[in-house]
Design a protein around this ligand. Structure first.
Ligand SMILES: Cc1cc2nc3c(=O)[nH]c(=O)nc-3n(C[C@H](O)[C@H](O)[C@H](O)COP(=O)(O)O)c2cc1C
Length: 199
């Protein structure tokens, strides 16, 4: 797929066909992630790739679907909430692979002194975006889930990640279900958003 086609085709997919993804495809996606720019050129990432159905389902079980009371969405954001909230668990359980982009964080991520103390968190989102685009190029879809409440510690009990590593998000990768729902995308064009030369 041509680069700008990948950019334009990437959408969040929250419904997958439950089937495995070949190892070589996953390796290319992970390799794309690991080629992302990194703060201080440290690349202090340790992604965990879950491909075993049993482990994928055990992790998904710890994520709680949210109830959404929006019946008739008016805005694209409400449309997204209506689709996304109830699928937070199933989109992970149906994935062919769960990518868990752990990164090393020595200072507190939750009480940052300034943006500099967030650089490794920032670099991890560069890794994540590279993987989202690579998955799109491979004909796969992805969904993101940000762990909340007790979800992080429950996942930690299953995986036993090193203590100074943080999991900022879970990325579900899979073959999009033929009827997967995608909300209207919020418009963000150069004409609407960009300030040229001064604010
Ligand atoms: C930082 C970040 C956090 C997100 N968290 C979640 C999440 O917890 N659950 C979810 O279903 N989608 C999550 N998303 C996906 C967004 O809802 C999605 O990107 C947005 O609705 C636009 O849709 P698109 O990706 O198809 O363009 C997240 C995306 C980003 C960038």
């Amino acid at each position: 797929m041509e680069f700008y086609e990948v950019i334009n085709n990437r959408r969040t997919i929250r419904e997958f066909e439950v089937k495995p993804i070949p190892q070589d495809v996953l390796s290319r996606i992970l390799d794309a992630g690991l080629k992302a720019p990194s703060s201080d050129h440290l690349r202090q990432w340790a992604p965990v790739a879950l491909t075993e159905r049993e482990t994928i389902e055990a992790v998904a079980k710890e994520i709680h679907p949210l109830s959404c009371h929006i019946q008739k969405p008016v805005t694209p954001q409400q449309e997204m909430f209506k689709i996304a909230f109830p699928k937070q668990q199933s989109m992970l359980a149906e994935a062919g692979c769960l990518l868990l982009p752990y990164f090393k964080q020595s200072s507190s991520l939750y009480k940052p002194e300034n943006v500099f103390t967030l650089i490794h968190f920032g670099a991890t989102w560069a890794l994540i975006e590279n993987m989202l685009l690579a998955a799109t190029a491979e004909g796969l879809g992805c969904a993101i889930h940000i762990p909340v409440g007790e979800e992080t510690s429950a996942i930690q009990k299953i995986l036993g990640a090193a203590k100074d590593y943080v999991l900022p998000a879970l990325i579900a990768v899979g073959y999009p279900a033929p009827d997967a729902q995608t909300p209207t995308q919020v418009s963000a064009t150069v004409a609407e958003k960009v300030h040229w030369n001064r604010w």
